[in-house]
Write a protein that binds this ligand. Structure first.
Ligand code: NAD
Length: 453
């Protein structure tokens, strides 16, 4: 079926008002949960074919997120969609004021390949929970997961409600010509700009979940063992192909040597090797070649080996690195960790302030002044103090970028709001209204209005 035809059918279906029914939404969310649970193995196999991601990582970083999202909305849908009463000011008496969350209509979700299930299904689930019809376009780069999602969803959902459209740049370009009620895009800043421009043509609102270079700072007041263990995990998880992975590391010089040793120790302990089932491959040769170019032989502190046939790059630490080095010019999005030393914490914050606002930032310290300066001075999407990546795991926190790292956010309540319009309604009684706003005007009426307003 032609995609334009499917979108037209979704728009017509939305107008039947069926998706506004909470029972309808819950029924399909439950159905989706059953489909995922009953086909878990198929999902694991597809992602393993795409880039060797283990069952453990797929469950902890993808499937569990998606199931949690469904359960969150099933549990909270009644309260999220209920009109919220707010205070009515004096000039609007006698009346009541309410905010009615309403679905937007037919929305488009464009996913990225690095967490192909989570980044496609989580926004899609939020869209359905909020009562929309949805077209999902997963990333073609993770081809097997794209096909698995399209089969499971298109075989089980009516296309006029939910449809997965397979395809790459041509198909996305075709979709971007269609007028949607919202576009939710996850991917690179470069493509985010293309999406934003196309959306502007139709005045379509967007959420853009983009990337950037996310710093991690380790000061001499950090618990170094904990910091090293958590950074190694968060950086090399998914072979560094994580939008919120610490991109580069800034370590206070007095503890730098000691800290580098700890990083080495944990990489070895975690057994992130080419033949290890738990270490993910690089998604394709294009990205592999790009990453290998960033490994400067004279800067390798640890690792640096790679195997093009297996699309494997060892966890690699580059040190000492300068701000001018190639590896510091673009988001790395792979298992290469540049480490730089610093002597003055405030100067480091000032340097980061000069760069594009990152999607995430991390600080390891026990010093409360440093925590305060980090939180109040830097602007970034979200982050952690004394951990990395895990802020994503709390659905009560909004997830999204700021500036070059994105527009808007989602997860939990924020996902529901991202796909809702907050319709304001003031209801008045038909009695008890003073005459002062109606002509003919007078000084006396104006003086009353001044008092009331
Ligand atoms: P990408 O921008 O190449 O692709 C994302 C989507 O856009 C895909 O579905 C693709 O088909 C489509 N696309 C690609 N080129 C296009 C074009 N010219 N015109 C129209 N559509 C096009 O991103 P990616 O490689 O899948 O993901 C990597 C990037 O995404 C990184 O920068 C990463 O930081 C970012 N990312 C951000 C988040 C987040 O939640 N903020 C999550 C994951 C990845």
């Amino acid at each position: 079926m032609d995609i334009q035809e499917i979108v037209s059918r979704q728009k017509a279906f939305f107008k039947t008002q069926q998706t506004k029914n909470i029972k309808f939404r819950k029924m399909y969310l439950e159905k989706l949960r059953d489909i995922i649970v009953n086909n878990e193995n198929l999902l694991y196999e597809a992602i393993n074919k795409d880039f060797g991601k283990s069952k453990f990582d797929t469950f902890t970083t993808e499937i569990s997120f998606v199931l949690n999202d469904i359960n969150y909305y099933l549990k909270n849908l009644n309260s999220l969609s209920k009109p919220k009463k707010v205070r009515t000011n004096l000039v609007n008496q006698i009346g009541t004021s309410k905010i009615h969350p309403e679905p937007l209509g037919c929305v488009l979700v464009i996913g990225a390949w690095n967490y192909p299930y989570q980044l496609s299904l989580s926004p899609m689930i939020a869209a359905l929970a909020a009562g929309n019809c949805c077209i999902l376009k997963p990333s073609e780069i993770a081809e097997n997961t794209m096909k698995a999602m399209s089969k499971l969803i298109n075989d089980n959902f009516p296309p006029e409600y939910l449809y997965v459209y397979e395809g790459g740049i041509d198909e996305t370009t075709e979709l971007l010509r269609i007028s949607f009620d919202k576009i939710f895009f996850t991917g690179s800043t470069k493509v985010g700009k293309i999406v934003y421009k196309a959306a502007a043509e139709n005045l379509t609102p967007v959420v853009l979940e983009l990337g950037g270079k996310s710093p991690a700072i380790v000061t001499k007041d950090a618990d170094l063992e904990v910091a090293a263990k958590r950074i190694v995990w968060g950086k090399f998880l998914n072979a560094g192909q994580t939008c919120v992975a610490p991109d580069y590391l800034l370590v206070e010089e007095t503890v730098q040597e000691q800290f580098l040793e700890m990083l080495r120790k944990y990489i070895t302990e975690f057994k992130y090797t080419a033949d290890s089932e738990q270490y993910t491959r690089i998604i394709n040769l294009k990205n592999f070649d790009r990453l290998v170019q960033l490994i400067r032989q004279d800067k390798i502190y640890f690792g640096g080996n790679y195997d093009a046939e297996k699309l494997h790059i060892e966890p690699t630490i580059l040190h000492p690195v300068e701000w001018e080095d190639d590896v510091m010019q673009e988001e790395i999005f792979g298992p290469i960790l540049p480490v730089m030393g610093f002597t003055n914490f405030n100067l480091v914050l000032n340097t980061i302030l000069e760069l594009e606002k990152p999607l995430a930032a991390y600080l390891f310290t026990r010093n409360s002044e440093e925590k305060e300066a980090f939180t109040s001075k830097l602007s970034f999407g979200g982050g952690c103090i004394n951990d990395v990546v895990m802020h994503l795991g709390n659905e009560r926190l909004p997830f999204g970028g700021v500036g070059a790292s994105g527009i808007g956010n989602y997860h939990g309540t924020y996902g529901f709001e991202a796909f809702s319009h907050q319709k304001a309604i003031l209801e008045k009684t038909t009695w008890g209204e003073p005459d002062i706003k109606y002509p003919p005007y007078s000084e006396k009426k104006l003086s009353w209005i001044r008092k009331l307003m």
